[in-house]
Unconditional design. Structure first.
Lengths: 104, 487
């Protein structure tokens, strides 16, 4: 059976895509666990799926439309109250660029 | 109130006849929950104040004689939004999250007069089979507190099995209602994909997720689906098909029903005790006048692998919304906005969630998509075709709900893949979108064994008919666990 094994660099790359960061120790741990899961997944290669269509959903419905209207606008204050930080009716977030880089 | 010696219909009659008020019932329920919780830890939040206010309002309006749930306390899994009541999904990420609206299923239960007494513990974001990945607590099996309750809806299952509530809501993406129901000896149901709205349910894997529900008896379970089912314009996957009365044909008559028993479902990895119990159940169905024949679902063994790719890929997309900006946990001491996202997610998610986000992100990434995500989606087609073939000739498919009875709290598999195999019997119904139930079929090693019954899409009534006939013959729902604190 073919074995798929990820390199440490690949694991780090995937973590970056997923907006996660790992210490070196955590990276080893997740790499090992992902390799175990990849082993389990390798079984799929036994099956010839040439010309087999893919199923992405089992719903019977397609494209249910509704009017393009703004609703629940009165919930703004309730929503803002859930944000970790807000100011003047807006959600507050840190600067996009490091403050040390000279931009605010 | 002793929920072990009653059912929805009896309770409803007592409420209608004013033998008990909803406030009295709710108070007794919460007192009993508080006495039982130290043993089972089923709840993350007990909503005492809100429940009593709700019960009082229902008493003032008067119990609705046409609504079985009027004045009845229920529990809700903690990934289902409840307005202004903490909803954590078992994660640190949502440790302080109080939604501003109710999920459709909660709205429907409210409209039916149900009283929400608490939010049930679960695996973090419903990812797990033990409820041990919860950030908050470890729920215990109602029958043996050294065993896991199953998962991810472990709290919902234990709460019903321990007699804390008569019914609860769960969610089922790969077996998360049926497996804990099996481990706790109760009835757990996953409807057809599209039968029940997921609006307001924290998404895990959108092509697989369904809201399910747990009860002690089959009739109560069918009555609950009557409340929950139906089209919802806010969930575009919900079906516009007519919703029948699922309790209408529960008469014990299943003569002539054609039942299939796939040989793969009693294969390697299924314990001897579980196999024996399910074979005895098959004999029971024959004694009731049904035919049971062996069939094959040849792609069953690929279900777990396909599920972990599809489920994790969809989860990696759904869980992108947890970024520390609009609600929930936000990491401190960050350098910039990007750092805020990364630190919030790295500190807010637990290991199992991170594993699945990593697997899912990898499966969808450039260079991996065809070999992983698309491959899994093709296997899914083959599994659906297997089911279609069997359902051309049979009404139902039976098997075990889980390969073994509940295992120990301290059981630690060598790798996560080993634990994933515990879902091998329930996953196919999610991949194919089929309705399925777990009902207690007996005991092995002193713990309940679940019988799994899968039906054709939107043929929930057939599933319930068979489960009811079986339950009425075995009367196993009368066997209940011994728990300290139960009055």
């Amino acid at each position: 059976m073919a074995e798929t094994e990820l390199t440490r660099e690949e694991v780090r790359h995937v973590a970056g895509l997923a907006m996660l960061e790992f210490s070196d120790q955590e990276l080893d741990y997740f790499k090992e666990q992902l390799d175990d899961i990849m082993n389990l997944i390798d079984v799929l290669n036994e099956v010839d799926t040439t010309d087999v269509p893919a199923t992405f959903t089992v719903t019977e419905n397609r494209n249910i439309l509704r009017a393009d209207e703004g609703i629940n606008a009165e919930q703004k204050d309730e929503l803002l109250a859930r944000a970790p930080e807000s100011e003047n009716g807006l959600i507050k977030v840190p600067a996009i660029i490091n403050e040390s880089a000279g931009a605010k | 109130m002793n929920y072990f010696e009653t059912d929805l219909t009896k309770l409803h009659n007592q409420l209608v006849n004013k033998e008990i008020s909803s406030v009295e019932l709710t108070k007794e329920t919460i007192t009993n929950i508080k006495a039982t919780e130290p043993a089972v830890d089923a709840f993350i939040t007990i909503a005492e104040e809100e429940a009593l206010a709700q019960a009082k309002a229902i008493d003032q309006q008067g119990i609705d004689p046409n609504s079985l749930f009027s004045g009845i306390p229920v529990a809700i899994k903690d990934n289902i939004l409840t307005k202004n009541i903490l909803t954590t999904a078992g994660s640190k990420m949502l440790h302080n999250f109080k939604p501003i609206f109710d999920a459709t299923v909660v709205e429907k239960l409210n409209n039916a007069g149900a009283v929400m007494v608490g939010k049930a513990n679960m695996d973090e974001f419903a990812m797990g089979s033990t409820s041990k990945t919860s950030y908050y607590k470890m729920s215990k099996n109602a029958w043996d507190q050294t065993k896991v309750p199953g998962g991810s809806s472990g709290g919902s299952a234990t709460a019903v099995a321990a007699g804390e509530v008569i019914a609860s809501l769960g969610t089922d993406t790969g077996g998360s209602v049926r497996q804990p129901a099996a481990f706790n000896g109760i009835v757990g149901f996953k409807p057809t994909y599209g039968r029940v709205s997921r609006w307001g349910v924290i998404a895990f894997a959108s092509s697989l997720d369904q809201v399910g529900h747990l009860t002690r008896t089959v009739r109560d379970n069918a009555a609950m689906l009557n409340v929950l089912a139906g089209f919802d314009y806010r969930d575009q996957t919900t079906s516009t098909r007519e919703v029948p009365d699922f309790t209408a044909n529960l008469n014990g008559d299943i003569k002539g029903m054609k039942i299939a028993l796939p040989k793969e479902y009693l294969g390697q990895g299924v314990s001897a005790g579980v196999c024996e119990t399910v074979l005895a159940a098959a004999k029971q169905f024959e004694a009731l006048g049904a035919t049971v024949e062996e069939v094959s679902l040849p792609h069953s063994k690929y279900g777990v692998a396909a599920y972990y790719i599809i489920g994790s890929a969809e989860a990696s997309s759904n869980l992108q919304r947890f970024d520390g900006i609009r609600y929930g946990f936000r990491a401190q001491d960050v350098k910039n906005l990007n750092d805020l996202y990364i630190k919030t997610r790295s500190q807010g998610f637990g290991d199992e969630v991170k594993r699945r986000i990593m697997l899912g992100t990898f499966s969808l990434s450039a260079g991996s998509y065809d070999a992983f995500f698309k491959k899994a989606a093709q296997i899914r087609t083959l599994m659906i075709q297997d089911f279609d073939k069997v359902f051309n000739d049979y009404d139902l498919i039976i098997g075990p709900s889980a390969p073994s009875v509940a295992f120990g709290m301290d059981y630690k598999p060598e790798d996560p893949a080993e634990l994933y195999m515990y879902d091998v019997l329930t996953i196919p119904a999610n991949l194919a979108g089929l309705p399925a139930i777990s009902v207690n079929a007996g005991f092995s090693e002193g713990l309940p064994v679940g019988l799994h019954i899968i039906g054709k899409a939107f043929a929930e009534d057939t599933v319930y008919r068979a489960a009811y006939a079986f339950e009425q013959t075995t009367q196993l729902f009368k066997q209940v666990p011994n728990l300290g604190g139960q009055n």
